[in-house]
Design a protein around this ligand. Structure first.
Ligand code: UT7
Length: 334
């Protein structure tokens, strides 16, 4: 017997992606541009990370602006009006202001006033966390259409005197519209965190801990012990791939595309190897986008959809890993 809603309708127990969208700021910052700022080389950045260029938001352009463009494109692709959206979950670690949430600012700008709207801060796993949360709302029958966004202006909190971090990150946003469906859709999502790793990747500035305005570069510093993060990321993503396949009742061979977090090409290659997927079945944008944190997975997804690589009916494994540490995944049929 299918589950019933209070009004007697059969519950639609899955969520599926009805449409995707993304947005990148216009300004391109190449590795050569960064060579002029810090002691680095295009060769070092490209060989250690796979990054060749990244985008930077214009002065006055905010995370909410990027989110608005990405969300508008996702709504258009889905053929859904903003007024039909019942939930907005936005992953970001660089909100426009401390409050209201960027999700609330976005909701008003889209004209979706009245629906639930909130941000999730899970650093680079922000979009994956947002997707996992929205999927639960749809599966429980509470909402039929949800907007899920990952948007960041990470360049705003970089120290352009620190070569170990400033070459890695970029700005961008991606979004999906989820809708209730009688068939998957999303088979499984997995969300995890281990706050014991805070010291390896963090920004020390905050409200309750103090803004520390008297310190040099206050408020603009991502602190990272990159090589330690790298090792834990590879091991953790390896484990999570197995867990996600099990949760979805699938094997490696069932995955058509890996759409990974775009932090480092070498981490992406390790995850592809674990999945026994050739790199031709992996969506890579890190070379052009750098690490856009919460923006990275939905940007890669939208690019793959719009380029015609990802087709309806194919199985996609999405995953991300970031500060917290947090890590999260989704296995879905597009
Ligand atoms: O999205 C959130 C999760 N974040 C990640 O997944 C990032 C994971 N980590 C990484 O991607 C890599 O660890 C990095 C790309 C950050 C660094 O690559 P690495 O191969 O782990 O290098 P390393 O940190 O061990 O540094 C090697 C050397 C050091 O010099 P010495 O001590 O060997 O003389 C660094 O000072 O490279 C030096 N270095 C640089 N050299 C030129 C660090 N940054 C730069 C740079 N240009 N930009």
């Amino acid at each position: 017997m299918p589950a019933r809603r209070p009004n007697g309708e059969a519950a639609l127990i899955y969520s599926r992606i009805a449409g995707t969208g993304s947005y990148l700021p216009e300004k391109i910052v190449s590795n050569a541009d960064l060579e002029k700022l810090v002691d680095t080389t295009d060769e070092w950045i490209a060989s250690r990370t796979g990054i060749r260029e990244r985008r930077m938001a214009a002065v006055g352009e905010t995370t909410g602006d990027l989110a608005f463009h990405a969300a508008s494109r996702a709504l258009e692709a889905a053929g859904v009006a903003a007024s039909e959206i019942e939930l907005i979950v936005l992953g970001t670690t660089t909100p426009d202001i401390i409050f209201p949430s960027t999700a609330c600012l976005l909701q008003h700008r889209l004209g979706a006033n009245g629906c639930a709207a909130f941000d999730v801060n899970a650093a680079c796993s922000g979009f994956m966390y947002a997707l996992g949360v929205a999927d639960q709302f749809v599966r429980s029958g509470q909402v039929k259409k949800a907007l899920v966004v990952g948007a960041e202006t990470l360049t705003r909190m970089l120290d352009y005197g620190d070569r170990s971090t400033c070459v890695l990150f970029g700005d961008g946003a991606g979004a999906v519209v989820l809708e209730a469906a009688s068939e998957p859709g999303i088979f499984a999502t997995r969300l995890h965190a281990d706050g014991g790793y805070k010291h390896l990747l963090y920004n020390p500035v905050g409200v309750s801990a103090g803004f520390k305005l008297d310190e040099p570069n206050a408020g603009v510093r991502v602190m990272m012990t990159g090589n330690e993060v790298f090792k834990v990321a590879v091991k953790t993503l390896d484990r999570m791939v197995g867990e996600t396949l099990n949760a979805a009742g699938m094997a490696e061979k069932d995955v058509d595309w890996l759409i990974p977090h775009q932090a480092n090409l070498r981490i992406i290659e390790a995850t592809a190897k674990r999945l026994k997927l050739p790199m031709e079945r992996v969506i890579v944008t890190v070379d052009r986008h750098g690490n856009t944190s919460s923006g990275s997975v939905p940007l890669a997804l939208d690019e793959a959809v719009r380029s015609g690589k990802v087709q309806r009916g194919q199985n996609l494994l999405l995953e991300a890993f970031g500060g917290g540490f947090t890590w999260a995944s989704a296995l879905l049929r597009y």
